[in-house]
Write a protein that binds this ligand. Structure first.
Ligand SMILES: Cc1cc2nc3c(=O)[nH]c(=O)nc-3n(C[C@H](O)[C@H](O)[C@H](O)COP(=O)(O)OP(=O)(O)OC[C@H]3O[C@@H](n4cnc5c(N)ncnc54)[C@H](O)[C@@H]3O)c2cc1C
Length: 393
């Protein structure tokens, strides 16, 4: 049988490769970068993402790679605590933790046990075509490979998405997200607690990953972005903020400071043509506001592997995958974008209203909203027990 050819060694591509291995389906991952990128900040993996990892045989907490998220706090720019969400209570109810993890630790866990021949670095794709037996790729060095299926797990600016559905649909938010990390001090949140601070046109997020690093994100909205060009500007923008924001920014060594602009893409109603499909950010890029981009990529990867392992043909497998995933991933993507567009207004009155409604919402209401997000209608992650059968013909 031809292998499944996967483009991109991010969370999506590596988790799909791992899920396929557990189904004894051959695959190869092609990554244009020469090696795994280090760093990349900290992620919250909510229980839906953790459940998908369980299906891949990965327990980040037991491996000492992540801490359980127990509480998420929300503060105002003026230093008032607006909410303390008892996440651990929800974790217990759902029977699965949510965790905070360094991106590089998640990637290391996904890479573990990958046979060296199943992953090719420095492989930049130049051409994609449909073939009688599936689909084929040509790389910059002239190499050609054919697969029973080609999966574009190649991120926001996906080559495969552009080839299947045309370029375009990019939707910049006008926001920049700055990130860095520092060693913890006595004012840092303890491991297992995240702190978000919302203000006028800006917000800040802090998480102690429990391994000697406190990670932070600072989001700067459209009207302030032009005035924040470097670390000194950023420090000025967050100077009077509570919870040590200024200290985090100032103490971050310049080489550990990164900035990216936040962009998503208009949702697609389908992700596949023939034997070619999309996965993760290539299919459903999320703004980071709900901490769901990687979680949804994990859900999609497990579902795609399950579909490929059980459907009689690749096109039928891709049809099943879309039927189970498109609506859910697009819904979460829309919610993320809505939060991105509305959570840090410029007008004082709207900020006051936001702060008041956050403060008045009881913990049970926060948990109920979170659970709506985390518990999908159709669980795609039936445990991927290793099986001898090759589902893909
Ligand atoms: C600041 C920030 C905070 C976030 N926080 C969270 C969070 O708390 N929780 C959460 O769940 N999500 C979070 N996310 C979202 C999450 O990081 C992404 O959704 C997830 O990493 C997407 O993974 P991916 O594999 O689909 O894409 P990517 O990580 O973009 O990987 C795509 C890979 O494909 C490779 N590639 C691209 N083009 C080609 C090509 N032509 N040929 C070969 N390889 C190619 C790239 O080099 C890359 O390695 C956050 C995102 C950001 C930016």
């Amino acid at each position: 049988m031809l292998p499944i050819q996967i483009l991109g060694a991010g969370v999506a591509g590596l988790s799909l490769a791992r899920a396929l291995r557990r189904r004894d389906l051959p695959s190869t991952v092609y990554e244009k970068a020469p090696a795994l990128r280090d760093g990349g900040g900290a992620l919250t993996l909510w229980s839906n993402g953790v459940k998908a990892l369980e299906a891949l045989g990965i327990d980040l907490v037991a491996a000492g790679r992540a801490v359980r998220l127990e509480r998420a706090e929300l503060w105002s720019e003026q230093g008032q605590r607006l909410a303390a969400i008892p996440v651990e209570e929800m974790n217990r109810r759902l029977g699965c933790p949510s965790v905070v993890v360094r991106r590089s630790d998640l990637m290391a866990a996904l890479l573990e046990d990958t046979p060296s021949g199943d992953l090719r670095w420095s492989a930049a794709v130049e051409e994609l075509c449909h073939t009688e037996r599936g689909a084929a790729l040509r790389f910059a060095d002239g190499t050609e490979v054919e697969g029973a299926a080609v999966v574009g797990a190649d991120g926001l600016h996906s080559f495969v998405r552009d080839r299947l559905f045309g370029a375009g649909g990019l939707r910049p938010t006008g926001q920049d997200i700055w990130m860095g990390y520092v060693p913890p001090d006595r004012n840092s949140p303890p491991p297992g607690v995240t702190v978000g601070v919302v203000g006028r046109g800006q917000r800040f997020w802090i998480a102690n990953t429990g391994n000697g690093e406190v990670h932070w994100y600072a989001v700067v909205g459209p009207s302030r972005r032009a005035g924040v060009r470097d670390q000194a500007d950023l420090a000025r923008a967050f100077q009077a903020w509570p919870n040590g924001a200024l200290r985090f920014i100032e103490d971050t060594p310049p080489e550990a400071l990164k900035v990216v602009d936040i962009t998503d893409r208009a949702p697609l109603q389908r992700w596949s043509i023939g034997s070619v499909t999309l996965l993760g950010n290539a299919a459903h890029p999320h703004t980071p506001d709900l901490g769901q981009g990687a979680c949804q990529a994990l859900e999609s990867a497990v579902c795609l592997a399950e579909s490929l392992a059980t459907a009689p043909t690749v096109p039928e497998a891709l049809g099943r995958y879309e039927a189970l995933r498109v609506e859910r991933a697009n819904t979460v993507q829309r919610w993320s974008r809505l939060v991105s567009d509305t959570s840090m207004p410029e007008e004082r009155a709207r900020c006051a209203l936001r702060d008041l409604s956050c403060r008045l919402a009881p913990p049970a209401q926060w948990l109920a909203s979170l659970e709506t997000l985390l518990v999908p209608g159709t669980p795609p992650w039936r445990a991927l027990a290793p099986s001898g059968s090759l589902g893909v013909q």
